[in-house]
Design a protein around this ligand. Structure first.
Ligand code: HEC
Length: 331
């Protein structure tokens, strides 16, 4: 099941990368495109003028001139519109395509095996730079791991606690109530280690970015060589999905980059990207499954209430609707 869904993902990914390449080329040549469009427009106007002159000389009224001007204007408008789209995409980043998430259906829950693998991607790859402040170890219990597994995982970390009876801070093994460890003590340290860029907290990232999980997936798998004519400053990496196209995060995912505890699932780049996106979607919206389930319950109960209301209304109204009033005006 996971394999087939990852197949759909890689297909979608291929389409997406094809598209981004096209747009990237458009971005490189905006001014060249304008000149050609403009000169085409000018050219057709000039042609129109010549035809008109010839026709006026022969004494006929011309319908061709307005038609040609119209065509020229249409071509110029099309040029300007595609230029505007290219510029928009350069400023705001390429728009990520819609991916077939197994949880996006009306009645579908998260794929919890994918959340589990996503947590493994997070802790083996992303946790080196990004925190997920809102997630505590206990949140993983019953979602991605059993209580024993999470306790064991938490106990492997060292947490500073205190003060003890001597007034000192001390180290102790982590507990279920602790948050997942943060890679840096504060923003300054994080910026210092990342060449001035701040790796944002990922707990709510799928809510904090337009097109959330599709964006995260596309961003992680969207690294490529900059197209000809585009130079990216040292320390930045070309990624068409990131607004501006140059991101301070290097490409982090590669085939086999994560060791999944489920050995059945090959840790390809797109599989890891899908799993971490699902994990981050869960982190931002942990109530998702419960919300959908309670929606189904509410719809079921409301439909019963609705049916009862209709039945009751018809029952109450039946004597009124079926009575007959006879007016005997003579006697
Ligand atoms: C080597 C450190 C490092 C690692 C490891 C890392 N990132 Fe980043 N990440 C960064 C930095 C730095 C930025 C800020 C980029 C910028 O502002 O140009 C960032 C930004 C991001 C953003 C926000 C982009 C935006 O729109 O602002 C997301 C999402 C993200 N990373 C996800 C991940 C995921 C998922 C992983 C794990 C697969 C990961 N990162 C691993 C350093 C890292």
């Amino acid at each position: 099941m996971f394999r087939s869904s990852s197949g759909a993902f890689s297909r979608a990914l291929k389409q997406a990368s094809g598209r981004s390449q096209g747009v990237a080329e458009q971005q490189v040549l905006p001014s060249a495109a304008v000149t050609t469009q403009a000169s085409q427009a000018k050219g057709s106007d000039a042609a129109a003028a010549t035809t008109a002159q010839q026709q006026q000389q022969s004494g006929r009224r011309s319908w061709k001139k307005p038609a040609l001007i119209g065509l020229g204007a249409a071509a110029a408008t099309a040029g300007i519109t595609s230029l505007a789209i290219a510029e928009e995409e350069a400023d705001h980043g390429l728009h990520a395509p819609e991916f077939p998430w197994s949880h996006s259906g009306f009645f579908s829950a998260y794929d919890h095996a994918s959340i589990r693998r996503g947590h493994q991607v997070y802790s083996q790859v992303c946790a080196a730079c990004h925190s997920v402040e809102q997630i505590h170890y206990r949140n993983l219990v019953g979602v991605a791991y059993t209580e024993e597994e999470v306790k064991e995982m938490a106990a492997e970390t060292e947490v500073t606690d205190g003060p003890n009876e001597e007034g000192e801070q001390f180290e102790r093994p982590g507990r279920l109530s602790d948050p997942l460890p943060r890679p840096y003590p504060n923003e300054e340290a994080a910026r210092y280690a990342n060449g001035g860029a701040y790796p944002p907290d990922l707990s709510l990232i799928t809510k904090a970015r337009h097109n959330g999980q599709n964006y995260v997936f596309s961003l992680l798998t969207g690294y490529r060589e900059p197209p000809a004519g585009v130079t990216v400053r040292e320390g930045l990496y070309y990624n068409p999905y990131f607004p501006g196209g140059a991101i301070a995060m290097p490409k982090m995912l590669a085939d086999g980059g994560t060791e999944y505890d489920d050995e059945e699932i090959p840790a390809t780049e797109s599989q890891q990207a899908k799993d971490i996106s699902t994990f981050l979607a869960w982190a931002a919206e942990p109530e998702h499954d419960e919300r959908k389930l309670s929606g189904v319950k509410w719809l079921f109960i409301l439909s019963l209430v609705w049916a009862t209301a209709i039945y009751y209304k018809r029952w109450k109204w039946s004597p009124i609707k079926s009575r007959r009033i006879i007016v005997d005006a003579v006697n």
